[in-house]
Design a protein around this ligand. Structure first.
Ligand SMILES: [Zn+2]
Ligand SMILES: [Zn+2]
Length: 340
């Protein structure tokens, strides 16, 4: 089968001819129909996120079951599935608490085991979610990042309806988070990004009716004063992935405001915590999602509540490297590759 592998010390992924995976008894073999490129994959592609030699990345995908392991129940050949990246052990304290993403023995598809940048992938039953046969493949391959956004918005502990929300970073996760916040009833939503993100901010303004601010040319505080009731945000979603910006965001919150750290950070930063103490702010992390949150994300995405227009561009699996270069250079927001 065609697959894209990571080789140590080498830039990018290598298009290879690999064997179709052999499934274990608790796994199904999924024929990948469409798969998306995620920011996490950039790290693997560029090499700053280490993975095993020869790993096949990819974790945002929709596929069809072509083989079922002997101990798998409730799934059959022909079922259409959207797996989640999280493979829980099911028995550790975090799993028992219902927080699969914090599983002590967590394995992630496309990071710890081979993923979806291939024609076939072996998926454990615990990660499977069934979807309708006629679900649009682009939508199916986009459910995983929507689940990340869903879980981020669910982390907010105050009643979000009518609240003023600042979404920092208009990447795919930021764009989905803004939409989920809107569905949840947020009042004014302001999206912040740099001038390199101009087109993404314009898309958000047009398609979701949010306010926008360009941080390297405009003053965020002036903009917050214009559009937020109390001149500051009740809730901030940090979606830039730039740890150095986190400290800047604390003074942007109203007293008792909440900062949700949606990004996965690979760098460190020094933060002045004084505003956090004085304002009795909440700083909360979020990572992936629970299986239940994934199910609700499927609902939002498949019932037309998420607007994918302008976010996703499509290509084919054999041109995946071009898709990587296009998204990393910000010529595209999100690439979904179809596997013919
Ligand atoms: Zn992802
Ligand atoms: Zn566990």
């Amino acid at each position: 089968m065609l697959a894209w592998q990571k080789h140590k010390g080498q830039y990018g992924l290598v298009k290879s001819e690999c064997d179709i995976p052999q499934i274990k008894s608790d796994e199904v073999l999924v024929k990948v129909l469409a798969t998306g490129i995620c920011g996490t994959d950039f790290g693997i592609y560029k090499g700053y996120r280490e993975v095993d030699e020869g790993l096949i990345p990819g974790h945002e995908f929709i596929g069809e079951i072509v083989e079922v392991g002997s101990s798998v129940t409730g799934y059959e050949i022909g079922d259409r599935v959207v797996p989640s990246i999280v493979i829980k052990c099911g028995t550790c304290p975090a799993c028992i608490d219902g927080f699969e993403a914090q599983c002590e023995n967590l394995k992630e598809i496309g990071i710890h085991i081979d993923g979806s940048f291939a024609e076939y992938v072996a998926v454990p039953q615990v990660s499977l979610h069934k979807v309708d046969m006629d679900l649009d493949l682009m939508v199916g391959a986009s459910i995983e990042p929507v689940a990340v956004a869903y879980s981020a918005v669910k982390k907010v502990s105050q009643f979000i309806a009518g609240k003023d929300v600042l979404v920092y970073g208009p990447g795919p996760i930021g764009l989905y988070t803004a939409q989920v916040a809107k569905i949840a009833g947020a009042g004014k939503i302001l999206m912040a990004g740099t001038s390199a993100d101009k087109d993404r901010l314009a898309l958000a303004a047009t398609n979701y009716g949010v306010e926008t601010v360009i941080t390297d040319t405009d003053d965020v505080y002036t903009k917050m004063n214009e559009c937020f009731k109390h001149g500051k945000a009740d809730i901030i979603f940090e979606c830039t992935g730039v740890a150095a910006l986190v400290g800047d965001m604390l003074p942007m919150l109203r007293p008792h405001g909440e900062l949700i750290l949606v990004s996965v950070y690979h760098d460190d930063s020094t933060v002045t915590f004084l505003p956090a103490g004085r304002g009795e702010l909440t700083i909360k992390g979020t990572f992936c999602y629970t299986l239940s949150e994934f199910e609700y994300a499927i609902k939002l995405a498949t019932e037309g509540m998420i607007d994918f227009r302008g976010i996703v561009e499509t290509t084919t699996l054999d041109k995946l490297d071009e898709g990587f270069e296009k998204t990393m250079s910000k010529q595209a927001i999100k690439i979904v590759a179809y596997c013919n």
